[in-house]
Design a protein around this ligand. Sequence first.
Ligand SMILES: [Zn+2]
Length: 270
Amino acid sequence: MKMSRFGCMKDQDGAYCFSKANLYSHERHSTMQKAPILSIPLILSAFAAVLIVLSFALTGWNDVTVPAVGEGSAEERFTCVVIDAGHGGEDGGAISANGLYEKDVNLAVAFALRDLLEMNGISVVMTRDEDVLLYDRNVDYRGRKKVLDLAARKTVADNCENCLFVSIHMNAFPQTQYSGTQVWYGTQNPLSESIAADIQKNALLLQPNNHRKIKAAGSSIYLLDNIRTPCVLVECGFLSNPEEAARLSDENYQQALAFMIFSSLSSYLG
Ligand SMILES: [Zn+2]
């Protein structure tokens, strides 16, 4: 397994920056207890209203449409979501001009998404829930942190039955004009593309000028290429864009991103 498989890849739309050195051991993940099952349509409607208000407040968008929430017809229903907050610890991931680390935004969005899912009775497994690289200190990890990290994240997904896998990342590119959410999907499970498309579509609620298309992950994206369960990676936005970095640092916008992802997943969950 060559280290180059875990580096950054770029295309004409921007850059996809994956784990540089993020590690953790799967024993650190926490399996969340199920919350009492509430009225999902009611909660979704409430959060949709909140999101619309946030959309106005954050983007000034004046042509809001309500995202499709909880109305999907996916035949296969999943009872658990693995949320993978990219990077962590000594691996900060991308960084904004004013020092905002991707690892921190990833975790904030991951926590918000976790809370929404648990509120609706969906089990959640976090690959990491603190700012640390969770690799096994009992093995010789020198020069192998990236490999161990990604293997550990894959193990979490493999050990979770009936799960969807959602990885949260932030983007970066040398030119600062690029912005917007972009979703990647694994090709092993056909549902991955459908989920990615739903997230990309609903991202328009927050980013009406986002014309990005979903992209199939190749071998350069280890997790999506190797996880069998439906899996997507959400690049929520570009930390290299000062305006978008400012939004990404805002807790309300992080919550809105989490709701956008949650609403996109809802039709696949039961
Ligand atoms: Zn990343």
